[in-house]
Each structure stands twice: as C-alpha cells, then as structure tokens.
Design a protein around this ligand. Structure first.
Ligand code: CP3
Length: 347
C-alpha cells in the first residue's frame, strides 16, 4: 500500500512546537454518527469489534480518512482491560458500561487481579501494530484514569452524582488508595504495552473527575496520577489528559508530569492560559452540541477558539467532549477543513 507522507502536526503541537496549521482530531471520531460504523456494528457487539484487530483497525482508520483529521485514536474503550482484572463489564448501547459485580468493600478491592496486557488483551496491541502499517497520521493510545474507571466499578454503571464512589473514598481512604494503586498499575502496564506496540502518544481519560474539588483531588487522586505520568514519561511519547467539567482542577493538572491538557467548553483557552497560568500545550474545546447548530454559528465559535489557540505554539483543536450520534459527517468534514484553512492563512 502506498502511504501518504507522515503528518506530524499533532506530535509537534504536543511538544509545543510551531505547526503549519492547527492539528485537529475529535474525541469519539469513530462511532455511531457514521453510517459505515453502524453497518459494522450491526454485525458485531462492541466487544467483538474490539476483539477483532482487523475490524478495530478498519474503524479507527476509516474515521481518519473520512474526516481528514491529523491523528487517529485507537478504537477500544476505557473498559477494555477490566474483565482481565476480574470486573465483568458490558457496554450497553445508548447507556454505556454496566457492571454486574460492583466494588462494594475492601475485600472486593483485594480480589482485583493484575493486568498482563500481552497475555490478557493481545488483540489491542495487534490492532496498534496493524494501524502503524496503515496510517500516515500519529496513533493515539489511551486508557481510562483511575477515578473515572473506579466510578464505573463502584457505581455499577453511569452516574450523575458519584455518591457511592465518594462514600467509599471518604469512608475508607486506605482502601481507596489501594484501589487507585491497583488501577494505576493497570494503567501503566496497559499504556506501556500500547506504546511498545507502536502508539505514538497516549491520553488518559479522566472524564468524571470534575466531580471532586481541588483539595480532594490533591488528597485522593493526584498521587496516583503523578505516579502514572512519571512512569510513562520514560517511554518518550507525548502524554495527554482530559476531563469534563474540571476547569477548577486545571492548576492541579498543570503540576502533573503530563504534556498536554484537554479541556471542555466551560473555560476559554485565553482564560486557561492568562488567568489560570497554564503553561502546557492545550487541547479543545468546542462545545459538542454546537455541531447540531447552523454552520455560521459553528464557524464563529470555532474562530474564537482558534484565534486564542494560535496566540502561541502548542494548541490542538478538538471538541470539549465526544461526538454525539446525531452529528452529520459533513459537519465534521467541513469543520476539519475550516480549522486547517483558517489556521494556515493566519499563522
Ligand atoms: O473514536 C474514539 O474516540 C476512540 C474510541 C473510544 C471509545 N470510548 C469508543 C466507544 C474512546 C476513546 C472511548 C473512551 C471512553 N469510554 C470514555 C472517556 C471519554 C468520554 O467520552 O468521556 C468513557 C467515559 C467511556 C465509557 C463509555 N463507553 C461510554 C460512556 C459509552 C457510550 C455509551 C453510548 O452508547 O453512547 C461507551 C461505549 C462506546 N465506546 C461506544 C464507542 C464508539 C459506543 C458503542 C456502540 O457502538 O454502541
């Protein structure tokens, strides 16, 4: 297969270097908003898609080709490694991950096993190897961060207020730290295996950690996040992180040994840099619901983000959260071209 020359714009932006245009990719760029995805999904369960490297690679690559984005994200889920440590999880369409044996006590934490990625989930690393042969943009590997993964493990499924998770944390801090350490070990093993297989950057999704305040973040979460990122640093690839509704934690994140901070639409790029004093490269942050608005509105709001983003090197355009199933493919295609054209002219 003849590959196009490698597009390194995303990796350059992660390192805070000058780029030819602002690189762009979208969280959940492979998913149900695509007819081609829905067709494949009608033949396999989500888990079966993950198990089959040809299918997972196809879905990953297709999104890149269809949208013209500057990076690929591995098709898998933050729940993918959990069955290997003893947590039965099922992804239910339209609901999300559902777990039949939630963590309720310290003894449930004690029972959790260790992840051996190459033995337990070799198909993920196979997918990565296959993709590296096929792609001409960087491949992002990823994992769920301990708080977000723990929230599903304790609540048993999606939650609005995370009260069971918080009750566990406040009631048994030692058991909580044990859980964070086990999930930290899992994350390090998993992401290390992904990078060794060929992932060129890795992102930690801490989608729901914004439910905590700064002081609790420092006490219950920062230690494990520091350990994860310090350990991954040795791999030499850019490390990214992301959370929803977590602008109040941005200064805590800036202290972690992470390279890129992904933010949602609740804070502007300008405020993150100038008021919060964020020095690291940023990624974000178009409100995903705007993708359902008329193009003129999308364009205006995207320009605002890009004008701020381009003020200094080290900016990656993305949404503030994942693409909704209702979004039209054409909207994302147009948005990708717009970001590229606008930032090429104005940089
Ligand atoms: O394209 C990509 O972004 C790569 C693949 C990816 C998926 N999930 C595929 C997926 C990534 C990076 C994730 C991360 C993920 N999974 C997160 C963190 C990011 C975020 O959205 O906050 C979380 C919290 C999950 C847990 C999860 N898995 C949820 C909430 C859902 C959605 C439920 C639904 O049906 O809308 C899933 C399922 C899931 N993961 C789908 C996809 C494409 C839909 C599965 C289907 O086809 O039914």
């Amino acid at each position: 297969m003849n590959k196009a020359p490698f597009n390194d714009q995303f990796l350059r932006a992660c390192r805070g270097e000058v780029t030819d245009h602002t690189p762009v990719w979208y969280m959940r760029q492979a998913g149900r908003y695509q007819a081609e995805y829905r067709k494949i999904r009608s033949k396999y369960s989500f888990h079966e898609m993950n198990l089959n490297p040809e299918v997972a690679a196809e879905v990953t690559r297709f999104a890149v080709e269809q949208l013209g984005v500057d990076s690929a994200i591995l098709f898998a889920d933050i729940m993918t490694p959990l069955p290997s440590i003893g947590v039965d999880v099922e992804i239910k369409s339209g609901i999300g991950p559902v777990i039949d044996n939630p963590i309720q006590s310290r003894s449930d934490v004690d029972r959790l096993g260790e992840l051996d990625p190459l033995k337990d989930i070799p198909y993920v690393m196979e997918t990565i190897k296959m993709l590296r042969e096929q792609l001409s943009v960087p491949l992002i590997g990823f994992s769920g961060a301990p708080f977000t993964v723990a929230s599903y493990m304790i609540e048993g499924g999606p939650s609005k207020n995370y009260y069971k998770t918080k009750a566990f944390m406040y009631t048994d801090p030692e058991g909580w730290h044990q859980l964070m350490n086990k999930l930290g070990d899992m994350t390090i093993a998993y992401l290390t295996a992904q990078v060794k297989a060929g992932a060129q950057a890795v992102q930690l999704f801490d989608s729901w950690v914004g439910a905590l305040n700064e002081a609790d973040y420092r006490t219950y979460i920062a230690p494990v996040m520091n350990r994860i990122f310090s350990s991954l640093k040795e791999l030499g690839v850019p490390l990214l992180m992301f959370g929803v509704g977590a602008s109040h934690l941005i200064q805590e994140w800036n202290k972690l040994p992470v390279d890129v901070i992904g933010i949602d639409w609740r804070i502007t790029i300008k405020k993150a840099r100038e008021v919060e004093g964020i020095t690291k490269p940023l990624m974000g942050n178009l409100e995903p619901a705007l993708l359902l608005a008329p193009w003129e509105v999308i364009e205006e709001r995207t320009k605002e983000i890009l004008d701020q983003g381009m003020e200094k090197p080290g900016f990656i355009f993305n949404l503030g959260h994942g693409v909704f199933p209702q979004v039209k493919v054409e909207t994302l295609q147009r948005l990708t071209s717009f970001v590229h054209d606008y930032t090429r002219k104005n940089s």
